[in-house]
Design a binder for this molecule. Structure first.
Ligand SMILES: [Zn+2]
Length: 342
């Protein structure tokens, strides 16, 4: 018997000569969550992505500020189905993108715009990354939270469940995310930050999972082959803004120590806060410890700089705002920092 992953690789190698650049059996950190690999074929984007409507571009099914004229974030990829049953229902198996552990299964579609969804924890290059698979029709019978899963293993069946949008059968897709986890204490923070609001999913609420661009990651690891490095990819994020937080102990520092930079002054005098680079989606990708002598303000959060070009290209998280010609942290930005440092 040929293992499914190998079989897929062979089938794919036959379909596209490009795969040899990456090495046929090279272990890529993340695999596609379905058999749809059209992402690699330039010009075939409409076979890979499910746009939000027939008259919308394929980019509306991609990651980033791709909706409502760039004002609304889509935090994953909408990967189109390849197969249906006689009733037109999608039947594509959904496969886990990397070795990991199932951490969350929501099978109450009325509780989320993700519908039925699954979250899997991975450790890649020592970093915790969380993949998410949404709008599922079914999860593999017997699959449990805490179960270890192997890359390529079937974990669910594609569907079109959601409590918010109507996803028609013809644009049935898996919504696929790759995320960093912001804070283990999310549920407690949410109670104080959003009193009276329901949180049905504990720390596996989408607000606690900050998405990276899976399209970029899948393409980079494909074309860079064994040279691909997730940490380089994370560190290479475009900076939207830089902030100084007067907090010294928060879970993110322990979860992503590889993103914490060295500063001899703070090492000598003691750490009084962190200077943090955020990308447009609020992902903290570089954290520099700062000593008291290096901090000018008493404020809990201080906006140090804004990359205006990036804010113009990717404004949809609305983390910063310009008032009277001056940049300030917007409510969304403050909320992101409150959660990060809670
Ligand atoms: Zn989506």
């Amino acid at each position: 018997m040929i293992f499914p992953a190998v079989r897929r690789a062979i089938r794919f190698a036959l379909a596209s000569p490009l795969v040899f650049c990456a090495g046929l059996f090279a272990q890529e950190p993340f695999q596609f969550p379905t058999a749809n690999h059209y992402l690699y074929e330039r010009g075939s984007e409409l076979k890979f992505f499910a746009p939000t409507a027939p008259d919308k571009p394929w980019t509306s099914g991609s990651f980033g500020c791709v909706r409502n004229d760039g004002q609304r974030l889509h935090e994953g990829l909408d990967i189109l189905h390849l197969q249906t049953d006689r009733r037109g229902e999608p039947t594509d198996p959904v496969m886990v993108a990397a070795d990991g552990t199932v951490v969350y299964i929501n099978m109450k579609p009325s509780l989320s715009n993700y519908g039925n969804y699954l979250v899997v924890r991975h450790v890649v290059e020592g970093m915790e990354i969380y993949s998410l698979y949404a709008h599922l029709s079914a999860v593999r019978p017997g699959l449990k939270i805490g179960e270890a899963v192997k890359a390529g293993e079937v974990i669910a069946t594609m569907g079109h469940t959601s409590n918010a949008e109507v996803i028609t059968k013809d644009r049935a897709h898996v919504h696929f995310e790759l995320n960093v986890l912001v804070n283990d204490n999310f549920a407690a923070w949410f109670k104080t930050a959003s009193p009276g609001e329901r949180n049905d999913h504990g720390e596996w609420n989408g607000q606690n999972l900050n998405g990276l661009d899976p399209r970029q990651i899948l393409l980079d690891e494909h074309f860079q082959g064994t040279n691909f490095n997730l940490l380089t990819c994370l560190r290479g994020q475009t900076e939207l803004c830089r902030v100084l937080v007067r907090a010294t102990k928060f879970p993110y520092l322990k979860r992503y120590p590889m993103l914490v930079l060295r500063n001899p002054v703070a090492e000598k005098e003691g750490v009084a806060g962190y200077e943090i680079a955020l990308n447009f989606n609020g992902v903290a990708f570089a954290l520099m410890p700062r000593a008291e002598s290096e901090i000018k303000s008493r404020a809990k959060f201080q906006l140090l700089s804004v990359n205006e070009a990036e804010e113009k290209s990717n404004p949809c998280r609305h983390l910063v705002v310009q008032r009277n010609g001056r940049w300030e942290l917007a409510n969304e930005g403050l909320r992101e920092l409150e959660l990060l440092t809670y």
